[in-house]
Design a protein around this ligand. Structure first.
Ligand code: ATP
Ligand code: MG
Length: 267
């Protein structure tokens, strides 16, 4: 005798419900995959915009300076030439960041031995403003013949982000900004960026390398508000170079970032 029809109706309703639940799980799974994909694309776009913005700032400020002087009653051609050349240098650097990112996407490596002095000089040449104008005393001590193995454009991005943060930490108070680079006892290259700015409260130190963590919530003193991506980008680049980035800070005294990278020979 076949099983009672009541049971088969129950079974088929159960199977139907099961199919429905499985369908819902599938749909949720694909929605999750899509939102993760969009979040990744959103983060990549934010990173590119962030790094471009670092270089657009000097391009805009120096070209505006050149225009103002050129269109004024007494154009200062020396200033116009200097401002245009700095604006041009920053635009060139932005182009190189594009090339470096496209190469990364193609899986190409653009690494080689890079002189640390060159990384420092190139980065200083694209600062949006002369530190002296904000009462910041810049000191640079780079041990001669120091070289690291890496992508010079990416390493310059790291240094630029650290210098921008240091400047922002000293705005309105002046102070000194020191860039030091030397070989450690273990034979690694250590690049330090030390400022005498506002410092970072101890409880925030573990969070500053998190993407989107910022204390620059609102625009201040004519500066753009922060997105909290600078240090996350620095950390990612340094770690991709088999290095590490560390911070020490004291509120009211200042902050030092130290980057340790494997040394290269023969830059
Ligand atoms: N030199 C510094 N002195 C004091 N605080 C700093 C310094 N560098 C970083 N910080 C702190 O770490 C936070 C994160 O820095 P990060 O560079 O990642 O983002 P941001 O500067 O806020 O924004 P963005 O770099 O995207 O413009 C800053 O908001 C600030 O609180
Ligand atoms: Mg920053």
């Amino acid at each position: 005798m076949s099983s009672p029809p009541v049971q088969s109706a129950f079974e088929s309703s159960l199977n139907h419900n099961l199919d429905e639940v499985q369908g819902q799980i599938e749909s949720l799974r694909s929605q999750l995959a899509e939102s993760q994909r969009l979040a990744t694309i959103g983060t990549i776009a934010a990173v590119i915009a962030h790094e471009f913005n670092n270089l657009l700032t000097p391009i805009l400020s120096y070209s505006q300076m050149a225009l103002q002087s050129a269109c004024g009653d007494k154009p200062d051609m020396d200033l116009v030439r200097k401002a245009l050349s700095r604006s041009f240098q920053s635009a060139q650097k932005a182009g190189k960041i594009c090339e470096s990112m496209l190469a990364l996407a193609r899986g190409e490596s653009r690494r080689g031995a890079v002189a640390v002095q060159k990384i420092v000089d190139e980065t200083l040449s694209v600062l949006a403003r002369d530190p002296g104008k904000d009462g910041i005393n810049l000191r640079v001590h780079v041990q001669p013949d120091l070289a690291v193995e890496g992508d010079s454009i990416q390493l310059e991005q790291v240094l630029l982000n650290l210098l921008i943060n240091a400047r922002q930490a000293m705005l309105g108070r002046g102070g000194s900004l020191t860039i030091k680079a030397a070989l450690s006892e273990g034979g690694d290259v250590v690049i330090q960026v030390a400022d005498t700015g506002c410092g970072i409260p101890e409880k925030l130190l573990p969070r500053i390398f998190e993407p989107f963590f910022t204390t620059k919530g609102t625009a201040q003193k004519g500066e753009a508000r922060g997105s909290g991506l600078g240090l996350a980008i620095c950390k990612q680049i340094v770690e991709r170079h088999n290095g590490r980035i560390e911070v020490t800070s004291q509120v009211g005294k200042g902050t030092t970032f130290a980057i340790t990278l494997p040394a290269a020979h023969g830059a």
